[in-house]
Design a protein around this ligand. Structure first.
Ligand code: CP
Length: 348
């Protein structure tokens, strides 16, 4: 899989470890991160990253990711620099060999080189362009950054959202203990327009990596996730003792579920053509998570990465129920990312 190629990059003798997707990391490495995150949750303030810094590049909006990375670094004695290329920093070009006669003033080769002279880590959020999935599926923006960065790079959401999946798993383990062989339903939900598949891709990878019996529920085959993630999830399940099922039937998918994870995403065969996708999408408002569906579960838990449109993706009653873990998961972003920054900087 292409994503794995630059998990580590070489700069002469320097060997750089990145966090671009959880599928580059073993289940044991991720479990250790979650253990450390648990300890940091109990004792949040330390000086382990005193004098260290992270540059946070946001090409798209954020509330949770920006706040939790910035605060997390401060809680460990470090500093975060937030930059919005194209707004308060120069617009960036990521393609090798580009003739830069468009809007971008700076190539990532120089930007990564400069930021790594100042900072110990670089995080980037760069949503796909929603024009050409055959290009976006290569995750070329973060790969280009990692290729040019002699310091570790963190994916803050591109076509995957690995920090979110760490937080999801930490939250589940807090409630369930071991998650192996527990039934997880990753359900597509209604939303008025096609959204990024990143969180769904990541949830699929993480659930299968930790041995869950994962059912991907979506309205029809056009809403299946990209084959690279479906195949990786199958491979994960084969290794972990979990399983992966596909369902287009709401009742049987929810039946007996221990955990329902909701996300809306666009149908990839219609990528870049939202008007055409609407012809499908308009039929599936009933995929919203509601109390009637949750009643089919095994007293199941529910979560979502947030932000969430209430009574569109999930009902008020579900969001306000004691089984809704969305706020716990959002809080745990802080703890898992602190553990991740420590790990990438060699701190125990
Ligand atoms: N879940 C998440 O990444 O939230 P933000 O988009 O607010 O960062």
């Amino acid at each position: 899989m292409l994503i794995a190629i630059i998990f580590r990059t070489n700069f002469g003798d320097l060997y750089v470890k990145h966090f671009l997707t959880t599928n580059d990391w073993s289940q044991q490495e991720l479990a250790l991160l979650l253990q450390v995150a648990g300890k940091l949750k109990q004792s949040p303030i330390n000086s382990k990253l005193k004098g260290r810094s992270i540059a946070l590049l946001f090409l798209n909006p954020s509330m949770r990711t920006r706040t939790s990375f910035d605060l997390g670094m401060q809680q460990m004695g470090g500093i975060a620099i937030v930059l919005q290329p194209g707004k308060d920093a120069w617009g960036l070009e990521f393609e090798t060999g580009a003739i830069m006669d468009g809007d971008a003033e700076e190539h990532i080769a120089e930007a990564a080189g400069v930021l790594s002279r100042y900072c110990d880590l670089i995080g980037i959020r760069a949503f796909p362009s929603f024009v050409d999935w055959s290009k976006d599926r290569e995750d070329y923006v973060i790969k280009s950054l990692a290729k040019h960065s002699p310091v570790p790079v963190i994916d803050m959401e591109t076509i995957v959202h690995p920090c979110q999946e760490l937080a999801m798993m930490m939250t589940l383990q807090e409630r369930m203990g071991s998650v192996a062989q527990r039934k997880m339903v990753l359900t597509w939900t209604w939303h008025p327009r096609p959204l990024n598949t990143a969180v769904a891709n990541s949830a699929l990878l993480m659930g299968t990596k930790f041995g869950m019996d994962v059912t991907l529920l979506c309205p029809e085959p056009d809403y299946l996730l990209d084959s690279q993630f479906m195949e990786a999830a199958k491979a994960n399940a084969a290794t972990s003792g979990g399983s992966l099922q596909i369902s287009h039937d709401i009742d049987s998918a929810y039946d007996g579920a221990d955990f329902v994870y909701a996300k809306s995403w666009g149908a990839l065969p219609y990528y870049g053509r939202p008007e055409d996708e609407w012809v499908l999408r308009k039929n599936y408002r009933h995929f919203m998570v509601d109390e009637a569906k949750m009643a089919l579960t095994n007293d199941g838990l529910f979560s979502h990465c947030l932000p969430l449109r209430r009574n569109i993706k999930a009902s008020d009653a579900v969001m306000d129920a004691p089984y809704c873990l969305a706020l716990d998961e959002a809080e745990n972003r802080l703890h898992v990312q602190k553990a991740l920054m420590m790990n990438l900087l060699g701190e125990k």
